[in-house]
Design a protein around this ligand. Structure first.
Ligand code: VGL
Ligand code: ZN
Length: 200
């Protein structure tokens, strides 16, 4: 069987209830992830890792959260300040079994471009190094879990498909900011398989 990697997307304090950009029920993914971790040969994680005054922060532009602005020809949704690098909010969730994580990849580190995907920034200029690392290890089968289904999990899965990986998204190991169903539909439409953790 081909080697499988579990990619944990942004399971960080700021995305949990009480965090700066709390995903509803976001902490529910943690026990599911902890239970399935041992089933994977490789486990990688991403951290949203923004500088202060990041382009995606409403405060940077003195605008309101959820306003949409144009940045370098791209629409940018504005968020509360979140996942500022090296802050408690940017740390991986305390309850997550971090020992199994082989390597962490940071995203959203450039001041002037956001990065929803685990692979590339939204302008597709910068890369996190994850794709090269997976190719180097001859890993072709990727399983996604984490936060949020309709942003970073969605864009990560679509980029992975685009890069030629086989993609599974573990439904009950993800939570959305908004509409989970249309995100799952979109991923499935592009070739991802959506499954439950019980059927791994
Ligand atoms: C995310 C919005 C802003 C995510 C990150 O991890 O889904 N969403 N930054
Ligand atoms: Zn972010």
């Amino acid at each position: 069987m081909d080697k499988r990697a579990l990619i944990l997307v942004d399971v960080q304090n700021d995305f949990l209830p009480g965090g700066a950009l709390a995903v509803p029920d976001g902490d529910a993914v943690i026990p599911v992830i902890n239970r399935i971790l041992p089933q994977f040969e490789h486990v990688f994680a991403t951290q949203d890792w923004h500088p202060p005054h990041h382009v995606s922060f409403a405060s940077t532009h003195k605008k309101r959260v959820h306003d949409v602005i144009w940045v370098q020809g791209m629409q940018q949704m504005l968020w509360p300040d979140h996942c500022v690098h090296d802050t408690a909010g940017a740390q991986l969730a305390d309850a997550l079994h971090k020992g199994a994580i082989e390597q962490i990849f940071h995203k959203g580190t450039a001041l002037d471009v956001d990065s929803y995907s685990a692979f590339f920034d939204n302008a597709r200029k910068g890369s996190t190094g994850l794709a090269d690392h997976l190719k180097h290890l001859h890993i072709r089968d990727l399983y996604f879990a984490g936060l949020a289904t309709d942003y970073c999990v969605l864009y990560s899965a679509l980029d992975a498909l685009d890069l030629g990986f086989k993609v599974w998204v573990i439904r009950d190991a993800c939570r959305a900011i908004g509409d989970a169903e249309s995100a799952f539909k979109k991923m499935a439409h592009h070739g991802a398989k959506i499954l439950d953790s019980q059927s791994l």
